[in-house]
Design a binder for this molecule. Structure first.
Ligand code: KIV
Length: 264
């Protein structure tokens, strides 16, 4: 029996139960995270966390498919969502549907995520009407980094706030089943959550959102090239790895490893 959470399962949590979401890109991590979360997001943040790029703009569909497949194959409970890479959906809704269909058919993920507000509402509607569930992504949109220069919070004045609210409404009216809202004041996260009747999942948008998402490498203290205020580091993986590898190197250099215990 398929026990994977479905889109209606996620939607029905709004107002009742907080939704837990994390990014995930690899097999072993999928096996662990699947026991704890509702949604695994194969985010295009993998361009930064896995591939070491300074932003997400050079992520390709090929990368999303390879990592998406790993995550789907190695999980069986969480709903898996895959990010649409920059440049694959903005200009043309038919191309957007074709990209979305390729991501879904090649990975067997359930849904795709698209960054953008009112300007992509028609495309969201086009994709949903053809059978692919869409999660929106508003507020700070990392794929638009070159317009703003830096990863900054949004909604700092009335004009920006109104834009976030109208983007939320447009994406929700277009048929998205949920929306991620990134880097806004707590009050704006609350307003968006109350405005729309689909789950609003916050990352740096405060405690009133219907759920929360973090980048797994941030949570684990593995990726520390950026340190946004909203990241809570629950572990210090970078130090743990450094210490383990330092111990191994010392033992090899001093002929302590392998020793009899680790030899045939
Ligand atoms: O790509 C990603 O990891 C994301 C999250 C920040 C929500 O979009």
């Amino acid at each position: 029996m398929n026990k994977r959470l479905t889109v209606p399962d996620i939607v029905s949590k709004k107002g009742k139960e907080k939704i837990v979401m994390l990014t995930c890109y690899t097999a072993q991590m999928a096996k662990i995270l699947d026991n704890h979360v509702d949604i695994l997001l194969v985010g295009d943040s993998l361009g930064m966390t896995i591939y070491g790029h300074k932003d997400t703009l050079s992520v390709s569909s090929r990368m999303m498919i390879d990592h998406g497949l790993c995550v789907v194959k190695n999980s069986n409970k969480a709903l898996v969502v895959i990010d649409m890479p920059f440049g694959t959906f903005e200009a043309d809704k038919v191309k957007a549907f074709e990209t979305a269909a390729e991501l879904i058919s090649k990975t067997k993920a359930t849904a795709i995520k698209m960054e953008g507000g009112a300007e992509i509402a028609d495309t969201v509607n086009f994709i949903v009407e053809r059978g692919i569930p869409v999660m929106g992504h508003i507020g700070l949109m990392p794929q638009k980094i070159n317009l703003v220069g830096r990863f900054l919070s949004v909604g700092k004045n009335k004009k920006e706030e109104n834009k976030v609210l109208s983007d939320a409404k447009a994406i929700s009216d277009a048929g998205a089943f949920s929306v991620v809202i990134e880097a806004t004041k707590t009050e704006l996260g609350k307003k968006v959550t109350n405005l729309i009747n689909i789950p609003c999942i916050g990352i740096g948008a405060g405690k009133y959102c219907d759920g929360q998402v973090l980048v797994i490498d941030d949570l684990l203290g593995f990726y520390d090239e950026l340190s946004p205020k909203f990241v809570k580091r629950y572990s210090d993986m970078k130090n743990i790895i450094n210490t383990s590898v330092k111990n191994y190197s010392n033992e090899v250099r001093n002929s302590k490893f392998p020793g009899n215990k680790y030899s045939y």
